[in-house]
Design a protein around this ligand. Structure first.
Ligand SMILES: [Zn+2]
Length: 296
């Protein structure tokens, strides 16, 4: 099962998150055959949005999306309700081969990466989107810069994508208590340096294979570390027959009827989960009749 677990170091203003995604990536791989490097990148994007979503104080979704003129035309990873994931990557059919170097910047070419917070309507909050400057060292480094610049939170992120699974490890320096003494703050800064240095020593193999309990003990054995209850994560799409109806209705009555008379069946395929919504002539007429009735 895919899980996210938080951890903390009691008495030290530093928090952590550990995440492993395998079943979710496996579910996506069943209908989208991405090259392993693209699947790894998507896995890291999923890990990142889930870590951000885990800290949200409101209900909604977090997404990370890219657009570029490189081999990766666009990508999107989304986490809803802190647990449901879906995403997509669209590759440029013409550039048949992967970029020479396997970094985010090389995949995107000239491109952009944006992080969005999408509160549910019931919260009456506005959506927020921030651009993530692309660090040539990769997605983890780009996000570290983003948290530093947009939220003034020092962050260290490590990802390992091995054999179709992605594991992520995050450390974040929390703001000091308003009444913290200088000695306390300087001790916390020292702990931050020590803990992030220890975290940076993790190998991809350790990150990918060790259960979190073991990994935390191995990395931070001089510190007492508290690991919290796991949050279960899973692949889930939000497409539905109703949304598919909406998509068809965008065509307008005339065009829809014309299309229905040309084709035995009209298909609306969900790009996220591959689900096909099919409409034969009877279904198209029923849909139009339902819409006409709703207008009166
Ligand atoms: Zn779907």
């Amino acid at each position: 099962m895919d899980l996210l677990r938080r951890f903390s170091f009691p008495g030290i203003p530093i928090r952590g998150q550990w995440i492993r995604l395998e079943a979710t990536l496996g579910a996506i791989a069943q209908y989208q055959n991405y090259p392993s490097d693209v699947q790894a990148l998507l896995g890291e994007m999923f890990a990142a949005v889930t870590m951000v979503a885990d800290n949200l104080k409101f209900s909604g979704a977090v997404s990370l999306q890219s657009q570029g003129n490189g081999a990766l035309v666009r990508s999107l990873a989304e986490c809803r309700e802190q647990q449901y994931l879906r995403g997509i990557a669209q590759l440029n059919e013409e550039s048949a081969s992967a970029p020479a170097a396997n970094t985010l910047a090389d995949w995107l070419g000239k491109g952009q990466l944006a992080l969005s917070l999408l509160p549910d309507k019931s919260t009456r909050m506005n959506p927020y989107q921030g651009l993530v400057a692309i660090n040539p060292r990769g997605l983890a480094a780009s996000l570290e810069d983003y948290f530093q610049n947009s939220e003034q939170l020092q962050t260290r992120l490590h990802f390992a994508s091995v054999d179709g699974a992605t594991t992520g490890l995050l450390l974040q320096r929390l703001p000091d208590a308003p009444d913290a003494s200088e000695a306390t703050i300087s001790q916390a800064n020292e702990d931050w340096i020590t803990l992030t240095t220890l975290a940076a020593s993790v190998t991809d193999e350790e990150l990918a294979n060790l259960p979190p309990e073991q990994m935390l003990v191995r990395l931070f054995n001089e510190y007492s570390c508290e690991l919290y209850t796991a949050r279960a994560l899973s692949f889930r799409c939000t497409c539905s027959a109703e949304k598919s109806d909406e998509t068809l209705m965008v065509l307008g009555r005339e065009d829809l009827l014309a299309l229905a008379s040309e084709q035995l069946e009209i298909h609306v395929d969900c790009e996220f989960c591959g689900h096909r919504y099919a409409y034969d002539q009877t279904a198209v007429h029923a849909l139009l009749a339902k819409r006409a009735a709703a207008l009166h």
